[in-house]
Design a protein around this ligand. Structure first.
Ligand code: DGU
Ligand code: CA
Ligand code: CA
Ligand code: CA
Length: 197
């Protein structure tokens, strides 16, 4: 891996407007801890990137501190994004949509990596996930349906699970993925389909 030589401190959330693409060119973006957040478990932090409906975020390294990571509002593509040290969480689905993460990696989350707060299809393709409490958490107590698709990924060192939900309608399909030390793997997930793992 080549470490980015350019690091950009983000003072105010970078908004990628509907349908637009933000290409970071491999540069590292870090949160200003005084304005966005210090990457702790505080729930009052702002995201580094906010993706409006149809936005694409690509070729970005999110460094430490990562505050509240990336928030999506609608459909989004997150391609070749690396979280070097997850903040409160790495990415949150804030509004209904089809969110795709393609390539990239995330590591070192104290609790959640991906937080699902709205009905969605969430595809995670060719991704590397290491060291967190859980990789994906549907917001506690919610009963909407989310469909998780994981393919071609490598998942290691989750204390609790790959996916945890409280919703009996949510589902996960995982294919062609290597995993180890992922706790219960599926925590309260009623609908699981797996092959080639
Ligand atoms: O118990 O605190 O949704 O980070 C509820 C949790 C939850 C948060 C939040 C988030 O509300 O984790 O998006
Ligand atoms: Ca949280
Ligand atoms: Ca961390
Ligand atoms: Ca959060």
């Amino acid at each position: 891996e080549v470490s980015p030589s350019d690091t950009i401190t983000v003072d105010e959330t970078i908004v990628v407007e509907a349908g637009d693409t933000f290409d970071g060119g491999g540069k590292r973006y870090v949160a200003n801890p005084d304005t966005l957040g210090d990457g702790s478990q505080s729930e009052s932090q702002d995201p580094v990137f906010r993706l409006e409906d149809g936005a694409t975020l690509k070729n970005v390294v999110i460094g430490d501190p990562a505050a509240d990571g990336v928030h999506t509002y609608g459909d989004a593509l997150v391609q070749n994004v690396v979280w070097e040290d997850i903040g409160e969480d790495a990415l949150t689905i804030k509004d209904d949509g089809h969110v795709t993460i393609r390539g990239g990696s995330a590591q070192n989350g104290d609790d959640k990596m991906f937080q699902v707060n709205a009905p969605s299809t969430f595809e995670i393709l060719n991704f590397t996930a290491d060291n967190a409490g859980k990789m994906i958490r549907q917001n506690g107590g919610t009963t909407f349906k989310t469909s998780i698709i994981i393919d071609g990924s490598v998942i290691t060192n989750m204390d609790e699970a790959i996916f945890r939900t409280d919703s009996s309608s949510s589902e996960v399909t995982m294919t062609n993925t290597r995993y180890s030390d992922v706790g219960e793997k599926w925590y309260n997930v009623d609908n699981v389909s797996e092959s080639g793992n």
